[in-house]
Design a protein around this ligand. Structure first.
Ligand code: ZN
Ligand code: ZN
Length: 365
């Protein structure tokens, strides 16, 4: 499966419209390989047109050719000219869908003034196909996972050395770049102690990692535009019995979640697998977020795995499984892996150790 094959998947999904005006840049990148900061795609039954401005004309031609996408590229000299190209590309299609989630009221007013066709608001048309990853996408995310695994393996032994959260973050992000990542997948989380680790999305500070404190590290790499996502929890020094018990509770919930992943499973049921184990142990109130989310060109994308989710897992979904528990005064524990859904279950893309001990030191709890 290549980039060029993706447009056909979306074209087959167009119902009640003859064309789709794609304005979301992530969707445009997925459809064409184009990474510029200004662009539109008009997708119709038998092809597509990419419209951009003068900064990106050459880049667009090169990136579409590299991706094997056979499409016309139109370059607008001014904003009005670009809009005229969009309108001309829509001409001849009676009903044109647009991505209502990604279009502001102002943009819609501009489209409506320039485009004489009927504009039909649509939600999630490209995203519905984009969530199913092809082999090239899974390969990029596997490489991103391997880089984060390697960086964490190299940095984890220094967690007992009196470093600050920010210093650990810096070492991880530098190593990921040296290992070939474009950069971190997101702002790396290093959260320690009874207060910081109690915040699921804490931003690293100058807090020193102290013996006896939990350290949550949530780290991913970016490779060819694709993200990875993984969390491990450590204790600097020797864990207390409470830390041991709660770590094994979270780990048991996380492993049960990974074991449950298969096509046909409702995301709310996957969430339930993890949540019920933690709730039955009496810590349901400490599990304050959803179980996971899709990952791809965005770090958070469909399908979202939580109690309210309506999605059903499909082959090719790449999702996280990341239960956690948090309480001010205790800190927090989260374990997160990235998995790709396969015909008979899933394949785990992240491979950092989760069990005790995690050599060389310090151990995961
Ligand atoms: Zn994460
Ligand atoms: Zn995540």
């Amino acid at each position: 499966m290549t980039v060029a094959a993706r447009a056909a998947r979306v074209q087959a999904r167009l119902k009640g419209v003859e064309a789709l005006l794609v304005s979301d840049l992530t969707n445009i990148r997925w459809l064409t390989g184009f990474t510029g900061s200004n662009g539109w795609v008009v997708l119709y039954e038998d092809g597509l047109t990419l419209i951009t401005d003068g900064r990106y004309g050459v880049q667009a031609e090169q990136q579409l050719a590299a991706a094997g996408v056979d499409a016309e590229v139109r370059v607008g000299a001014t904003g009005a000219d670009t809009l005229a190209h969009i309108a001309a590309s829509c001409a001849g299609h009676a009903r044109v869908g647009f991505e209502s989630v990604h279009v502001s009221v102002h943009q819609h007013e501009m489209y409506a003034a320039a485009i004489s066709n009927e504009l039909v608001p649509l939600v999630g048309v490209v995203e519905a196909e984009r969530r199913t990853k092809d082999q090239a996408e899974v390969n990029a995310m596997s490489r991103a996972c391997a880089i984060a695994d390697q960086a964490l393996a190299e940095v984890a032994p220094s967690l007992s050395d009196g470093l600050t959260e920010a210093q650990v973050r810096n070492r991880l992000e530098l190593r990921m770049r040296e290992l070939g990542a474009t950069g971190p997948s997101y702002d790396t989380i290093v959260a320690t102690g009874p207060r910081n680790a109690a915040l699921p999305h804490h931003r690293p500070t100058d807090t020193v990692i102290e013996h006896g404190h939990t350290v949550i590290i949530d780290v991913g790499a970016l490779v060819d535009g694709y993200h990875s996502d993984m969390t491990r929890t450590f204790v600097a020094g020797s864990p207390s019995s409470q830390q041991q018990d709660l770590y094994h509770l979270v780990l048991r919930a996380q492993m049960a979640g990974v074991a449950a992943v298969r096509p046909g499973l409702a995301v709310k049921d996957l969430d339930g697998v993890c949540r019920n184990i933690i709730a039955e142990a009496g810590y349901g109130d400490w599990f304050t977020h959803g179980t996971g989310h899709g990952v791809g060109l965005l770090i958070h994308e469909d399908p979202f795995v939580n109690r309210a989710g309506e999605a059903i897992l499909q082959v090719g979904d790449v999702v996280t499984v990341e239960p956690g528990i948090y309480r001010e005064g205790f800190g927090g524990i989260r374990v997160e892996d990235l998995v790709v859904v396969t015909s008979d279950g899933c394949r785990v893309l992240t491979s950092s150790p989760k069990d005790s001990p995690c050599p060389p030191s310090p151990p995961t709890i």
